[in-house]
Ligand binder design. Structure first.
Ligand code: G1P
Length: 281
């Protein structure tokens, strides 16, 4: 299966940090956000990745490319560990790029992947969402997808105050973790939301989605919404992902994710814990 990572959004919620750099390159602890996303695809067994970029996103391509000057300099100064880490980034997967020419929404961004996915089911991993779990989120979704062979998306129960930030589903629970989706609505008000189950940025889609995207009208924000295209599919499943999701599209979540991920790192966790304790006193 191929993966598609949309990373073309403007990142306006992070201005001025994203004035001259893509939000997907904002570091979470010690890596750019999008590196976690690529690593999730790779650890799910995917080695062909299409990143959808746009204006001002060149540093994403540079990040996953070789950097001969840097490698040469690390080698000469004997920094073998850093050298290996840097080399590994450019060897992780076959990464391709396509540019979304106008900011017309997530649905429109996905439609630029049509030729690359070439009539096969494909995974979508939003470039500003990180997941942490024992079995990678995309792998879990693929396992559920193979049971139904229909489009399958990750969902998560969110508190009331977060409902209007997400696509929200209405579904029938058919097993402990799986819902057959009856409808979905993009960023509803809490009153209009059919549930608290939010679409969380990981999808396995059948290629029929491209025709559905072509037929939807602009929705929330005047944009072509992926949610609006998916709601016209005849069969979609929602899978309650077993793990933790960080939606980096929001500054507070972004800070929390850096702290939580740093607290899992053996080299820094003790010092950080001590610092946080002192700070909160
Ligand atoms: C997008 C999707 C939305 C989904 C969300 C997850 O919205 O349109 O359905 O719930 O990602 O992060 P965005 O965050 O790009 O506005």
């Amino acid at each position: 299966m191929k993966a598609v990572i949309p990373a073309a959004g403007l990142g306006t919620r992070f201005l001025p940090a994203t004035k001259a750099q893509p939000k997907e390159m904002l570091p979470v602890f010690n890596k750019p956000t999008i590196q976690y996303v690529v690593e999730e695809a790779v650890s799910s067994g995917i080695d062909d990745i299409l990143i959808i970029t746009g204006k001002g996103k060149r540093s994403i391509e540079d990040h996953f490319d070789r950097s001969f000057e840097l490698e040469y300099s690390l080698q000469n100064s004997g920094k073998t560990e850093s050298l290996q880490e840097i080399e590994a980034i450019s060897e992780m997967a076959d990464i391709y790029y396509v540019r979304q020419k106008k900011q017309k929404g997530l649905g429109d961004a996905i439609s630029t992947a049509k030729n690359h996915v070439d009539g096969e089911p494909f995974a979508v991993l939003l470039g500003d969402t990180i997941t942490q779990s024992r079995i990678p989120c995309t792998k879990q979704l693929m396992n559920t997808f193979h049971k139904h062979e229909a489009s399958t998306i990750a969902i998560e129960r969110v508190p009331d105050e977060k409902v209007e930030r997400y696509g929200i589903i209405k579904g029938n629970q058919i097993s402990e973790y799986v819902y057959r989706i009856e409808d979905m609505v993009e960023k509803p008000s809490l009153e209009k939301a059919p549930s608290n189950l939010a679409i969380t940025g990981r999808y396995i889609l059948l290629p029929e989605i491209f025709d559905h995207i072509k037929n939807v009208e602009p929705g929330v924000g005047g944009e072509i919404q992926l949610t609006d295209a998916m709601r016209t599919l005849s069969e979609v499943y929602g899978y309650v992902f077993d793990g933790k999701i960080y939606d980096i599209g929001n500054t507070v979540e972004w800070l929390k994710s850096s702290i939580e991920i740093a607290l899992t790192d053996d080299l820094v966790k003790d010092e950080l814990k001590q610092y946080l304790k002192e700070l909160l006193k």
